[in-house]
Design a protein around this ligand. Sequence first.
Ligand SMILES: [Fe+2]
Ligand SMILES: [Fe+2]
Length: 155
Amino acid sequence: MASTEDDERLVDLLQQARNDELETVINYQTNALALSGVEAQEIVDSLSTDVQEELDHAEEIGERIGVLGGKPRGSYDIEMSQESLQPPAEATDVLTVVEGVIEAEGDAVSTYEALVDAAEEADDPVTEDLATELLADEQEHLAEFEGFREGLLDE
Ligand SMILES: [Fe+2]
Ligand SMILES: [Fe+2]
C-alpha cells in the first residue's frame, strides 16, 4: 500500500507527463497543418493519428491523478517548452518536424520509464501498469519516426 508521500510524488510525475502530452497534442496538430507537399503526406497522417493517441494519454493520466488525490491542471498551470516542435519556416521541411517528434517521443519514453520505476518503488501496480502501457505507445511512436527519418535521409 502506497503512503501519502508516495502518492504525492507519483501525482507530481503524472502532472508533468500530462503537461507534456497536452503540449504534444498542440504541436503535432500544428505541424500536421504546417506541412505540405507529396513527401509530407505520410508524416501528416501519422501526426494526425498520434494527436488522438496523445490526447487519450492525457485523459488516462488525468483520471489517475484524480484517483491519487490530485487535480488535473488547466491551461494556466501548463508549461510550454517544446522548442524543437515549433512549426518549420518552410512547409516542405519534413525532416525538421520528424526530428522534433523524435526528440519529444524520446523525452516521453524517459518520462514513462521514470514513472514505471517510481510506481514500482511506491508499490502502486495500477500506476505502474498505466505507465508501462504509455511507455509502449511512445516507444512505437519513436520507432515509427526514426523509420521516417531513415527514409528521408536515404533519399
Ligand atoms: Fe503520449
Ligand atoms: Fe507519443
